[in-house]
Design a protein. Sequence first.
Length: 132
Amino acid sequence: MREVKSRLTRQKKAIYEVLKKSGDHMTADEVYAQVRKKLKNISLATVYRNLEGMTEKGLFDEVYVAGYPKWFELKKYTTHGHLFCRNCKELRDVVECEFCKTWKRIDKEMGFKGEEFKFLIIGLCENCKNER
């Protein structure tokens, strides 16, 4: 958590620890429920504000699908994406696929130095697709 230049409050530390321990995507409400077990007086607004601020500082990634709450996860990759099943609501990481590597070709072909690459594909997972 060395990247955070602002003051390391116990709220920030608790939020970071919850997402680190989870290792998965969590909404602000889910983070709040877990943090409240340690910090009884923390407010939902404080959790939202800190999640947003820590995401801006590069500690977390944020995934947003219209009509759903944002999900947050500990930043693990500079190139990765997500698959969201609109039927069962599963959100999965996609790492090291050919699509993830496309941004490197952009640098060579267009002279644009990409620093991060993220994508979101919305559709049906294999289980839900086979049910139809």
